[in-house]
Design a protein around this ligand. Structure first.
Ligand SMILES: [Zn+2]
Length: 188
């Protein structure tokens, strides 16, 4: 494994851990908020998912759209609306004061940012391996074309001597004739 790859993996693992940590923090706040506001206690665990998990699902739809060259504006709009809603609901739960609000705003923002960092890494690595494949295919095609040209090229020395033990060849009939005369003189 190259250093580059090792760093990529380490970064991905760290970012995934941070996204998960932020998700849990945001989840806890949103669940408490749902309970405080009268959501059925047996179902309150589901409520946070309608925000953060939906944002993650929409983010994956963005990634899929990018990789397939499809439009992504609708998925992007969902990502932004649901990220903003998650931040807003988390902030509602904070005590008054900037510090408290900032503390509660951080986890949902990190869920969004970390997950998108991860998606960018995936997208880059997919398009990089696609580029590598394309480059290899172009190289193979060039090599094949060169081999074909070489195979089809006319022999520059079509006149072979043919005498036993002689592998000389010549560009013209006259040159070959001169060479064969030399053979005959030597032998005769
Ligand atoms: Zn010869």
């Amino acid at each position: 494994m190259t250093a580059n790859r090792a760093i990529s993996w380490l970064t991905a693992v760290l970012v995934l851990f941070l996204a998960a940590a932020a998700f849990v923090l945001s989840y806890d706040v949103l669940r408490a908020l749902a309970l405080e506001n009268g959501v059925n206690p047996r179902l309150a665990w589901l409520w946070p998912l309608t925000l953060d998990a939906f944002m993650l699902a929409a983010s994956l739809a963005v990634l899929r759209g990018h990789l397939n060259g499809e439009g992504t504006w609708y998925a992007w709009a969902l990502v932004f609306v649901f990220s903003a809603a998650s931040v807003a609901f988390n902030v509602v739960h904070a005590r008054n004061g900037f510090l408290s609000r900032a503390i509660f705003a951080l986890p949902p923002a990190v869920v969004f940012l970390a997950f998108h960092l991860l998606m960018r890494m995936v997208e880059r690595s997919v398009s990089r391996s696609q580029r590598d494949r394309e480059r290899e295919a172009a190289l193979a095609e060039r090599r094949r074309a060169a081999a074909e040209r070489k195979a089809n090229a006319p022999d520059p020395l079509p006149f072979k001597c043919g005498a036993p033990g002689c592998d000389r060849a010549f560009a013209s009939q006259q040159a070959l004739a001169g060479h064969q005369r030399a053979h005959n003189e030597r032998e005769g």
